[in-house]
Design a binder for this molecule. Structure first.
Ligand code: GCW
Length: 696
């Protein structure tokens, strides 16, 4: 009997089938501890919900799936509380019981997307209430409850009050209409444009569930290098079909707009944003879109950047460009996200200064439904950069951060690099804009400047691979991005622990091994690729080391423009005697970073050009420090592979082998990075190489 019960639990929950990674962190495998499982069953013995909305139905479906997997039984769903252990889910509007709880104040505090989960009594029954002002909020609350079970937390007594710190929590997909993905490493696009709108791949609903489970509430469907065709009626129909599936999960769709669309699609002679016919074209287009997609989020625009059209083609500013689109979507409640990733068509003396120079003077000139979207660093998603100096310097323009989940410069879908520590470095960075404590997180959440709108975007790492992200550990970055977008104060460790528990299980050695692999992985990657503030030592597809890269097309696409190695030394002088990029930061950062003695070593060669024999605080020379970092990084990659092998038989074989294959490649690549880069720099430094570097 007992055995049978146990068997059915595991069969139902999916132990019977191989783990492909498709289920992400929503695997819902049985809670192993039987006492805990029994206590969960008591706490969730029935579900009481009004389910006459698409979101309500999604909630019921998720709870059924989740609890059946986790507890081996799916509690009955009813409309009234009949016993202890009921979970009551709803809003004051759809549940008279919730309306009668007197929770108006905390519900208002939690806002539209926030929620409360409380253990309480209704009538004479002990219940758990998941309440929000909106359906979306209750959906987030349900995922929170499921996460508590998935991570082995007690369900009583509960007093959870959650609200997202950032209002827009978006994924930006750089997906092209032909199914390819720019910087995508996990197969073709999830959007199957050819079969849309007639058929929507059922997988889209799983995508929506995964996103809702971490609070992501918007998706920009197409590449910022935008094809104007995505705004044609036929593509809008396809987009509307996707929106329909995402909507119950609280996810709005957005589109990247090609600034030239009025010419390309509308046959106008110009796309000048100040031309009335152009403004009319955008207004009409917006009306057409909102007829099909009433909750359309708005446009994302890459303009006058890397050859994309933009307002400067007509002698207009970024603000003029953003405003014409903003005026078009404003009557419908839409927004425009205007990217600040710009660099001059003529190569600048120092490319990293460009965005600040172009955008800071425009502060206050954007419509109030425009947000400017700023990459984390001033260059381009390098393994380590200082924060972009734009953060904090546009008090009258809401700034969104753009993070890159897809690991373009961080080993793509081959290297295990957990990105949360890197994103925390950004979010916790102090800009000093309004004195100490003016962190980037406070810029983004609006508390520093009172932004009315707040948000963050992450360039997605998803594709049609079975496990979504190519590398099973790429899932952690998708997960961590969503969690940090919800609450930038969460810790990288805490997020890793949640993800590991849900994705790999709870065995202590599994957890601790994976945790330490993940937490060290970003610094290890920096060490074997670009330590001490080095950057852009790549070429080609941005994967392999190419410090010799002298791209003939543009100096600032090369590597030598950035590292400037010669017989004297190495690094980019961005001090006041150099490009003075350091001058774009506030005191005391600019003074601290301007002096190599006080500049953090992690950013040393970002801001300084120094002789090979320059002595670091530790007393070692710059050359020796480089050798140490590269060596440590390559050793660290090997160690990760070794640590993983200790988990053989402790996690499922299929994912174990897949990850092992990737880690082997990573260790080999890390050695290649060390060997190639040190040999290359050694030609200039003429200092000794460590022992005998093997040939790659
Ligand atoms: O990181 C670089 C990428 C380009 C990308 C560009 C951008 C979408 O190499 O592929 O184009 O930045 O962010 O616009």
């Amino acid at each position: 009997m007992c055995l049978l019960a146990a068997l059915s639990v595991s069969a139902l929950a999916g132990y019977a089938h191989a783990e492909t990674g498709h289920d992400l962190w929503l695997r819902y495998v049985p809670v192993e501890d039987s006492a805990l499982r029994a206590s969960y069953r008591r706490s969730v013995s029935s579900v009481v919900i009004q389910r006459d909305s698409p979101t309500g139905r999604a909630i019921v479906a998720e709870l059924r799936r989740g609890l059946l997997g986790l507890l081996g039984t799916s509690p009955p769903v009813s409309q009234r509380i009949a016993s202890d252990g009921a979970v009551l889910i709803g809003t004051p509007a759809n549940s008279p019981v919730i309306a009668g709880l007197g929770w108006a104040k905390p519900l208002a505090r939690a806002g539209d997307e926030g929620f409360l989960i409380r253990s309480t009594t209704v009538g004479k029954h002990a219940v758990t209430v998941i309440a929000s002002q909106s359906d979306r909020g209750t959906l987030y609350g349900v995922f929170h409850l499921l996460r508590l079970v998935q991570t082995g937390k007690p369900l009583a007594p509960l007093a959870v009050e959650e609200r997202p710190r950032l209002a827009l929590r978006l994924l930006d997909h750089w997906d092209n209409l032909d199914g390819t993905i720019e910087r995508g490493y996990a197969g073709p696009s999830l959007w199957n444009w050819a079969e849309l709108p007639g058929r929507v791949d059922p997988r889209i609903e799983d995508y929506a569930r995964a996103n809702a489970s971490i609070g992501i509430n918007g998706a920009v469907l197409n590449n910022v290098n935008a094809n104007a065709q995505s705004l044609t009626s036929s593509y809008l129909d396809k987009t509307a079909a996707l929106a329909q599936v995402l909507r119950p999960y609280g996810i709005r769709v957005y589109l990247s707009a090609n600034f030239n669309a009025p010419r390309a699609l509308g046959g106008l002679p110009t796309a000048d944003p100040l031309d009335p016919a152009v403004a009319r074209w955008w207004r009409d287009k917006a009306t057409e879109i909102y007829r099909l997609i009433p909750d359309f989020g708005g446009f994302l625009v890459k303009a006058n950047s890397e050859g994309q059209p933009g307002p400067q083609d007509y002698g207009r500013t970024h603000a003029d460009g953003a405003n014409v689109l903003a005026d078009a979507v404003a009557p419908h409640g839409g927004i425009v996200m205007w990217r600040a990733f710009v660099y001059s068509a003529e190569v600048d003396v120092d490319r990293v200064k460009r965005a600040y120079l172009e955008f800071v003077p425009l502060d206050g000139r954007f419509r109030d439904n425009v947000m400017v979207q700023v990459k984390n660093g001033p260059l381009d998603f390098q393994p380590r950069e200082p924060f972009s100096p734009l953060f904090g310097e546009m008090p009258r323009t809401p700034l969104m951060a753009e993070l890159q989940i897809t690991q373009e410069y961080l080993g793509q879908a081959t290297h295990l690099v957990y990105l949360a520590p890197m994103w925390k470095e950004l979010l916790d960075a102090d800009t000093y804009v309004a004195g100490p404590g003016s962190t980037v997180a406070k810029v983004l959440d609006g508390s520093l400047h009172g932004y009315r709108r707040t948000g963050i975007a992450g360039v997605a790492n998803t594709g049609r691979d079975v496990n979504w992200t190519g590398h099973d550990f790429g899932q952690a970055n998708w997960y961590a991005y969503g969690r940090l977008a919800w609450n930038p104060d969460l810790s990288a460790t805490g997020i890793a622990d949640e993800w590991i528990g849900m994705t790999w299980g709870h065995a202590p050695d599994v957890t601790s091994t994976i945790r330490s692999m993940m937490l060290g992985s970003r610094e290890t990657y920096v060490d074997y690729t670009m330590p001490l503030g080095l950057h852009h030592l790549i070429g080609g597809d941005h994967y392999a080391p190419m410090p010799e890269n002298a791209d003939p097309r543009r100096a600032d696409w090369s590597a030598i423009y950035y590292h400037r190695a010669d017989a004297w030394g190495i690094g980019f002088d961005r001090t006041i005697r150099g490009s003075n990029a350091v001058g774009q930061y506030r005191s005391p950062l600019r003074e601290r970073w301007n002096d190599p003695a006080t500049c953090p070593e992690t950013l040393l060669l970002w801001f300084h050009r120094l002789p090979w024999d320059y002595r670091l605080a530790s007393g070692v020379t710059l050359w020796d420090a480089l050798v140490r970092h590269y060596t440590k990084g390559a050793d660290g990659a090997r160690l990760m592979e070794f640590r993983w092998t200790t988990l053989r038989g402790k996690v499922d074989d299929e994912r174990y082998e897949a990850v092992l294959g990737k880690l082997r490649q990573q260790a080999a690549d890390a050695a290649a990075w060390r060997n190639k880069t040190l040999r290359y720099f050694q030609q200039f430094s003429q200092r000794p190489l460590p022992g005998q570097l093997p040939k790659d």
